[in-house]
Design a protein around this ligand. Sequence first.
Ligand code: GUN
Ligand code: ZN
Length: 425
Amino acid sequence: MPIYRSALLRFAPSGEAIYEQDGLLATAADAHGVQRVVAAGDWSALSAQHAGQGEVIHLPGRLIAPGFVDLHIHYPQTDVIGSPAEGLLPWLENYTFPHETRFSDAGYANEVARFFIDELLRNGVTTAFTFCTSHPGSVDALMGEAHQRRMRMVAGKVLQDRHSPDGVRDQTEQSLIDTESLIQRWHGKGRLGYAITPRFAPTSTDAQLRGAGELAAKYRDVWIQSHVAENLDEIRWVRELFPASRSYLSVYDDFGLMRERSIYAHCIHFDAEDRALMRDRGVAAAVCPTSNLFLGSGYFDFAKADAVGFGYGLASDVGGGTSFSPFRTMLEAYFVGREGQAKQGQSLSPQALWWQHTAGAARAAGLEGTVGNLQPGCEADFVVINPQATPLIARRTSQARNLDELLFALIVLGDDRLIERTQIA
Ligand code: GUN
Ligand code: ZN
């Protein structure tokens, strides 16, 4: 049973951070060989009762924190990062769809999957809700690699049977057969989970959305992930394609695709009824600030989400998003919160930002108590942060007078250089 001694960050159920300057984290393997937290707290309070129970790994000057949870990312878009466009739809047409056609090649998919997971771990992301492409082999590539690394990863084959070019467009009936067999192959294998993944309403026929909803009803503990209300041109298109639905979000509800364990990316251009529907169905939003700023999509309204009370967490949305680093995502979430012309501006606290990318994201996704935190019982996915990683970060963090100042300095100045080590349970 390893016992770690270093500064320690975790979260109370309220979302408030708990911080020990001299902390103890003890972990032990469960029946499946997964390391779980058995004790977390102050070294002086806990060390006597764990004395002699295992090797003490002392990490002076370091901070142990929960591994980050990325609620929405596309592994096939690793090589699409930084492709500029006038907006979402031309970006999809000119860069993303053509690039995703390459994932019909299993060798290529395997190579990108390996690089992608390396990059997640280098950045301290230990759980990611990941889009593959429409090719079933793209799921096998990612899941196989994640399984080898023993990561808690949730992913799915993209469904897109219309308004998509040759090479990524799938066939309605076969796409649903493939989804069901991928669920059976991967969902619940080790730490893996499957997500039914319609790309977004405009690229699926009614029949494909209906079939996806039927699978979601049949496999209740499988996740659902898609995109919604990201861009104004996209919303106009959805209105034309689905005139019978009250709103873009309602399209998914009308096809049985809104239930717990559903995660919709963006959720920017919502009205009050949409927000209430999110809450009533227990659906979570994946907030993607670097993507929304890069593609000019808009600003997620944190205050209105909180007022209505639906769940959300942070996400990179690579390759619309610009960085794998949770520090960059948290900083840009702060900028999105500050924006005060399109909505009311607010100053999100560093504890809230960090929570939204760890325990808060896990709660929104139905994984509270499993990942995203370091309370007893949680799987011990964690990062070792070096607050002295660069001269400026060392200088700034050494002056921090309290936890908020420390976390803010890390968020504003941090990147992958801060992550000294990523430990998978
Ligand atoms: N909407 C449909 N597909 C995508 C995608 O790949 N990225 C983003 N950001 N939005 C989408
Ligand atoms: Zn996306």
